[in-house]
Each structure stands twice: as C-alpha cells, then as structure tokens.
Ligand binder design. Sequence first.
Ligand SMILES: [Zn+2]
Length: 77
Amino acid sequence: MNGTENRCPLCGGRKTAGTTTFSADLGSGVVVVRRVRATICDQCGEEWIDDQTARQLEKVVDEARARRAQIEVTAFG
Ligand SMILES: [Zn+2]
C-alpha cells in the first residue's frame, strides 16, 4: 500500500472507509444489501468493495437467485 492508493484514481480525492448500499438486478428479481463496507471517495463518491466483501455479496446474490426472490433486501453487520 503506497500513498497513491489512498487517492481516488478518478478525481484524486481522498478515499475513506464507509458503508454503501449494494444492489444487483438478477433479471427475475432485485437484490439490495445495505450497510456494505466500502471505501468511498470523499470527493466524487466512487465506491470500492474489497474482495472478501464482494464474495459475501456474491453469495447473497446466488442465494436470492436460487430462491427466485423477486425482491431481496438484507443488510450486513
Ligand atoms: Zn473521486
């Protein structure tokens, strides 16, 4: 990790830890996950989700798809 990694590659703003709302359209339904840990640019609002969190989201999406959920709203944390 070096200094440039704490800067937003889009606008040069500062990346800060926060939470976001993730949503995915499955075609047959929609999944919404609240309170997802993310790194967020304090200037332009761009969000980054780490690999571990992304895998958790993938699991939630897979489960919703398997259940053929029309609307799935859940939260982390
Ligand atoms: Zn930015």
